[in-house]
Design a protein around this ligand. Structure first.
Ligand code: DAH
Length: 332
């Protein structure tokens, strides 16, 4: 028995493929293998009962040893139990590519339209001075219009901008006139949130200052931008509004794209959707920007990018945008 084991071991040591291991296994453990032969060999008949019993014990030991050695070798050759096996037919793990946030998509789209109309695309600071955010925009400290925008004040005396309008005067000072620019960005208001209110949202401000800018210019430019955004001709109308930095100030509405003005649930039966405020730049603001209001005039608009994304993608709750919820974001 000893010699059988030694011989097996020697052969096993020379083996380095699964195929030859299988051959060796069947040679020893197979139906006509070495072990089977030992068990049925003629010599066995000559043994006494006691000797036969001893043989049986030794034989079983030998068999389980050989089995164990075959298994160990199998694992060593990388084809052990199924759990250790690499199944090359399994599909690979799919890595999900990232995508642009729906607001970024809308922002990029409007930026491109404006670039095509000769606008510069600028970005301002999210932390602003009181002067840029309010004072320069004809909104001094005691002005009631400040109540329209609850503000996050910072320890350093500055604030988180409540509106991208904060860039109007800075842009005129920096670039002079004539000027044509849009400034998209994040704005902040100290508000309680609900389905239509957020403390952090996106606007895109537009500013055009030149000679002979009139209300007709506002209508023409807004119509071009909005028709491109919605991919079809839109009808706009102006209603009077109020903002201290534009005079006259307007609320611009578009005719409902769903019912074409007849009234439906999308426009709450009004036939029109309130889209953005705009107006002619107030002479005080032009002066603050170093521009002569007797020679130049301008218009400004404040497009709510977050609102636009809600309309475009039919998103019912504004809070979804900043939720970081992947199940929401993966849809865009
Ligand atoms: N900044 C205003 C707001 O956030 C929106 C606005 C109104 C911007 C009129 C403008 C404008 O440029 O002309 O409520």
């Amino acid at each position: 028995m000893e010699s059988v084991l030694i011989e097996f071991e020697n052969r096993l040591n020379q083996i380095n493929t699964i195929e030859t291991l299988a051959q060796l296994r069947s040679r020893y453990l197979g139906r006509n293998g070495v072990l089977k032969e030992m068990k049925t060999g003629a010599n066995l008949k000559k043994l006494t009962a006691e000797e036969r019993k001893q043989f049986g014990i030794q034989f079983n030991l030998l068999k389980s040893k050989i089995r164990e050695m075959v298994e160990n070798k199998q694992q060593l050759l990388g084809q052990g139990r199924p759990a250790n096996r690499v199944d090359l037919t399994l599909p690979g793990e799919r890595s999900k590519p990232g995508g642009l946030h729906p607001i970024s998509q809308v922002q990029e789209e409007v930026e491109n339209i404006c670039l095509g109309m000769g606008f510069m695309v600028l970005s301002g600071s999210e932390m602003e001075t009181d002067y840029n955010n309010f004072e320069s925009l004809n909104t001094p400290a005691d002005h009631p219009a400040r109540d329209m925008q609850d503000t996050f004040w910072l320890d350093n005396g500055k604030l988180l901008r409540t509106q991208t309008s904060a860039n109007q005067v800075q842009t005129m000072k920096k670039f002079g006139v004539p000027v044509r620019a849009v400034f998209p960005g994040k704005c902040f208001r100290y508000e309680t949130t609900d389905a239509t209110h957020e403390n952090t949202f996106y606007q895109m401000e537009g500013l055009v200052v030149d000679e002979n800018i009139t209300i007709a210019s506002v209508i023409a430019v807004m119509k071009r931008i909005l028709s491109a955004v919605f991919g079809r001709d839109v009808t706009v109308r102006l209603r009077p509004g109020y903002f201290p930095f534009v005079e006259p100030a307007f609320e611009l509405d578009i005719k409902c794209l769903i019912c074409n003005g007849d009234g439906c649930s999308g426009c709450k039966q009004a036939g029109w959707l309130e889209l953005l405020p705009c107006g002619l730049v107030h002479p005080v603001v032009l002066k603050n920007g170093g521009v002569d209001p007797d020679k130049y005039s301008g218009f400004a608009f404040g497009l709510g990018l977050t609102r636009l994304a809600m309309m475009k993608f039919k998103i019912p709750d504004i809070r979804l945008f900043n939720s970081g919820n992947l199940r929401f974001l993966e849809q865009f």
